[in-house]
Design a protein around this ligand. Structure first.
Ligand code: NAD
Ligand code: ZN
Length: 370
């Protein structure tokens, strides 16, 4: 079968032929229908050899959707042909966090060598993938796998971050979203769907700010225009929030300039969630951040939260903006991610190997970008 692999440190991912896997006891084989392209893939591919811990070659793709192709010995309750989403942060299933469905915070995963697909285990950017346990599959029903697959991370991760802050997001509150890419554009919609907050989105280009407004942000600002322009934007945000500042800041970039910005925007008692992995830090302290403000760095989300995100999608409350690419064109999707020109999420569709642009107009842009 074909798979998109990261094969050597510093190289671009390549489409290669690898053996089609066979499900072992307890495992499930999926024919992959869709796989999402996440900035975290870029992050790990940019790591130097001494920090890279995901194994080589690595089949990418930690957002996966597929149809059940075969089940291993002992697997019950799944039928061949069923359409499913993959819950990615695999855990042991037995520790306290796993028992609560919070496999993203499994206490034993590292020790037992359990790695998420695409981040250690072979991922979803292939014609077939192995899922280690039926517990990690959520029925998709009639939902479109291509527009649903990003819900497993671009939906789940912001949902988890927002849910932690939910008690604060009361009427009159203000939520700021920094970075309106794959995660950020879903975050804006989740905030609108489950909170009464005023939603303000920030990104570095007009296109992204425009996407935020389309997705329901009340206000959007283009950042990165120098100190004077930034202080005008900060004043405006403070004024929009009734002079209080942001009740919650969700930073989907996480570099030092954005975590510093979050620290300046946050209100007394407000909460900063650093979701982006840009290595920026928030210096919480009596003289550096407003009283009672706090910061956290959440990771992915829980199994029940994925089901809740799916309910929001089924109810039409959130929708992922996607750009489609065939598996052959997947390297082009990563190139677009790198230069920052994707709108929403890029999704790889391994099932559709040779769609013409006429059959799928969405393919045109992806194909043209190679
Ligand atoms: P993306 O590339 O789709 O989106 C990032 C957005 O941030 C883009 O729109 C970009 O224009 C914007 N941006 C970049 N620099 C900016 C700046 N200085 N100010 C404002 N906006 C800026 O990425 P994504 O896939 O949505 O991922 C977002 C981040 O979240 C990445 O760092 C990714 O690794 C991380 N991530 C974390 C988790 C987690 O569990 N914590 C899960 C998934 C992704
Ligand atoms: Zn991700």
């Amino acid at each position: 079968m074909k798979a998109l692999q990261y094969r050597s440190i510093g190289s671009a991912p390549e489409v290669v032929d690898v053996p089609t896997p066979v499900p072992g006891p307890g495992e499930v084989l999926l024919r992959v229908s869709a796989a999402g392209v996440c900035h975290s893939d870029q992050f790990i591919m940019d790591l130097p050899a001494d920090q890279y811990v995901y194994g080589l070659p690595l089949t990418l793709g930690h957002e996966g959707a597929g149809v059940v192709a075969a089940v291993g010995e002992g697997v019950r309750g799944l039928s061949v042909g069923e359409s499913v989403l993959v819950y990615g942060p695999w855990g042991c299933g037995r520790c306290y966090p796993c028992s609560r469905g919070e496999e993203n915070y499994c206490e034993n995963a590292a020790e037992q060598g359990i790695r998420p697909p695409g981040l250690g285990a072979p991922g979803a950017m292939a014609e077939y993938m192995i899922v280690d346990d039926a517990r990690h599959l959520v029925p998709l029903g009639d939902l479109d796998p291509v527009t649903s697959v990003p819900l497993t991370d671009a939906g789940l991760t912001p949902y988890h971050a927002i849910k932690r802050t939910l008690p604060q997001l009361v009427p009159g509150s203000t939520a700021v979203v920094i970075g309106v890419g794959g995660l950020g554009h879903v975050a804006v919609q989740i905030l609108r769907a489950i909170t009464p907050s005023l939603v303000i989105a920030l990104d570095t280009s007009e296109d992204k700010v425009d996407l935020a407004r389309t997705m329901g942000a009340h206000f959007g600002f283009i950042t990165g225009g120098g100190d004077e322009a930034m202080s005008t934007i900060e004043e405006e945000i403070r004024s929009l929030s009734g002079g209080r500042g942001a009740t919650a800041v969700f930073d989907f970039v996480g570099v030092q300039t954005t975590t510093d910005l979050a620290s300046r925007l946050v209100a007394v008692g407000g909460e900063i969630s650093v979701v982006g992995v840009g290595r920026g830090t928030v210096n919480v302290g009596f003289f550096s951040t407003p009283w009672e403000s706090s910061a956290r760095a959440p990771y992915w989300g829980s199994r029940p939260e994925l089901m809740e995100v799916l309910e929001l999608a089924k109810a039409g409350r959130i929708r992922v903006e996607v750009e489609r690419f065939t598996l052959d064109k997947a390297p082009a999707a990563y190139e677009r991610l790198r230069v920052g020109t994707l709108r929403g999420r890029a999704v790889i569709t391994p099932l559709v190997l040779k769609l013409t642009a006429q059959e799928s107009p969405d393919l045109r842009e992806g194909e043209g970008a190679s």
